[in-house]
Structures are given as structure tokens and as C-alpha cells.
Design a protein around this ligand. Structure first.
Ligand SMILES: Nc1ncnc2c1ncn2[C@@H]1O[C@H](COP(=O)(O)OP(=O)(O)OP(=O)(O)O)[C@@H](O)[C@H]1O
Ligand SMILES: [Mg+2]
Length: 252
């Protein structure tokens, strides 16, 4: 299973550099209670760390050209990753941060393509660790940086590992329509829903619309099932880890 902890859940997205430590601690505790022998990959979003830094530097084509902007964004994500590591390790979960900027890169000229080596992730799993990757700024052979969202990383890892579920934890109870979460979205309806979904103004990866776009790519590339759930609700992650169905929007 791949679980992405959204920046909307683990940080206060509208206040720069502000974590939701209570949510982080509770999720770490839930991992700790179910830990042992399970094959889970963790991904986390940028929240008020990555998005806040990147938005100052990103240009209209999604590039970060300023070296200090690239470095500052990288460091903002390190700070958030470090808070997660503190909490998980404190509760006995072998959280092992892997920097996407060291595994993923953009290669090519007019049509750049995303290249990656996820061998470190596989080796971490084999070593009994909880591999964790945060959204990041990755480097291009053209000399700039580009944001690689936690949602995209989660999609790539879920496909590479034939995950049974790709679960996106957010601060909302699922994909909301008229204020209520939809229980299920069939893949045939996804394009129509994406057109209606909105991003957030302080978000560099497209908010809910970007997430649904990743889910669309995931399912059309052979992915099995995705979920959008509320990771701030106590017990949600614990039940997911036990393999239970939980409240949220399942997309298949
Ligand atoms: N129809 C919708 N249903 C649910 N949430 C929606 C909808 N439209 C917009 N949103 C917004 O999308 C947000 C979730 O996307 P967002 O990218 O902000 O969170 P995230 O992916 O958890 O954070 P990060 O990108 O930092 O990891 C919700 O908090 C909500 O404000
Ligand atoms: Mg997002």
C-alpha cells in the first residue's frame, strides 16, 4: 500500500512553516501500533513548507531557475521531513527518508521526460524500513529545477510496486460534492469531475484537481484502486493499515 500524507493534513497550509504536530504524532502512533511486517510506502506533501517556498520562485512554465530558490525549496521539505522523522522514530517506527531529488531527475531537451531510480526504495523495504519520500524540487539537465509533487511520487511508487491501494490522506473527508464526500467515483466519471475541481491559490501542484489528475493517470496505467480520505480523523490511518475499508472517496 502507498499512503500519501497530504500537506493539508500534516501542516497548516495557509500559515507558512507551521506543522500540525498533533496530527503527525497521532499518525505516527497509529503506524507504531500496527507496525511489523507490512509493506507500506509513505509519501508526504509540501503543505506550508514546500508550497510556501516554491511559490516565490516558480515561473509560468513550472520551472525554478534561481539556484537559491531551488535550494530553499529543498531545505523547506527537509525541515518537514525532519519533523515527521522525529515523531515516527520517537514511537519506534523505522522511518527512513529518501530524497526524491536524489532519485528523480528531468532529462532531455524540448520534450523533457522524468527519469528515476527507485532502487533505494526497494532496498529500504527489504531492510524492514518505512521508506518515506516527500514532494521535492528535482533537477533538470537543462539547468533548472521543477517541483515533483508528493501526489506524482505516490502514483509512480504505487505503479512500480503494484500496490493494492494508493491512499491520499488530506484534511477533507474525500472528494466533496455539495459539501458531502462521494463514496465512490468510477474511472469513467473522472475526467468530468477533474474539470469541475479546483486548485488552491497558494498551491504549486494543482490541489484537488492535480490529485484527481494523478489518480486518472494511475488508473489508466494499470493502477488498481485509489482513495481520498481524511488523515486528520483519529483512527483512519490505523484502519487503513489493518486493511479495512474506511470513510472517503474510493476511485476505481
Ligand atoms: N471538490 C473538492 N473536494 C474536496 N476538496 C476540495 C475540492 N475542491 C477543492 N478542494 C480542496 O483541496 C484540498 C486538498 O488538496 P491540497 O493539494 O490542498 O491538499 P494536499 O494534497 O493534502 O496538500 P499538499 O499538496 O501540500 O500535499 C482540500 O483541502 C480542499 O480545500
Ligand atoms: Mg496537493
Amino acid at each position: 500500500m502507498v499512503i500519501k500524507l497530504g500537506g493539508s493534513a500534516i501542516t497548516q497550509k495557509d500559515t507558512p512553516y507551521t506543522p500540525n504536530l498533533d496530527v503527525i504524532d497521532r499518525i505516527a502512533q497509529e503506524f507504531s501500533s500496527s507496525w511489523g511486517g507490512m509493506r507500506v510506502l509513505l509519501v508526504h506533501g509540501g503543505g506550508s513548507y514546500g508550497h510556501h517556498a516554491a511559490i516565490k520562485y516558480i515561473d509560468g512554465s513550472g520551472k525554478l531557475r534561481s539556484p537559491s530558490g531551488i535550494a530553499e525549496t529543498r531545505h523547506a521539505m527537509h525541515r518537514l521531513t525532519s519533523l515527521l522523522a522525529d515523531s515516527f522514530l520517537d514511537k519506534g517506527v523505522p522511518f527512513f527518508a529518501i530524497d526524491p531529488s536524489a532519485c528523480f531527475f528531468e532529462e532531455g531537451g524540448s520534450k523533457p521526460s522524468l527519469e528515476h531510480s527507485i532502487r533505494p526504495v526497494e532496498l529500504a523495504l527489504s531492510a524492514g524500513l518505512l521508506p518515506s519520500l516527500g514532494g521535492d524540487v528535482i533537477l533538470s539537465s537543462q539547468g533548472h529545477g521543477r517541483i515533483l509533487s508528493g501526489d506524482t511520487i505516490a502514483r509512480i511508487l504505487a505503479l512500480a510496486s503494484s500496490a493494492k491501494l494508493l491512499a491520499f490522506g488530506t484534511d477533507v473527508d474525500g472528494y466533496l460534492e455539495g459539501g458531502k464526500p462521494l463514496g465512490r467515483i468510477g474511472r469513467g466519471k473522472l475526467k468530468e469531475i477533474i474539470a469541475a475541481a479546483k486548485g488552491r491559490s497558494n498551491d504549486v501542484t494543482g490541489g484537488m484537481a492535480g490529485k484527481l489528475g494523478e489518480i486518472d493517470k494511475y488508473l489508466s496505467s494499470g493502477g488498481k484502486r485509489a482513495l481520498i480520505f481524511n488523515a486528520t480523523r483519529p483512527g483512519a490511518v490505523a484502519r487503513l493499515l489493518r486493511g479495512e475499508e474506511i470513510e472517503g472517496t474510493y476511485i476505481d
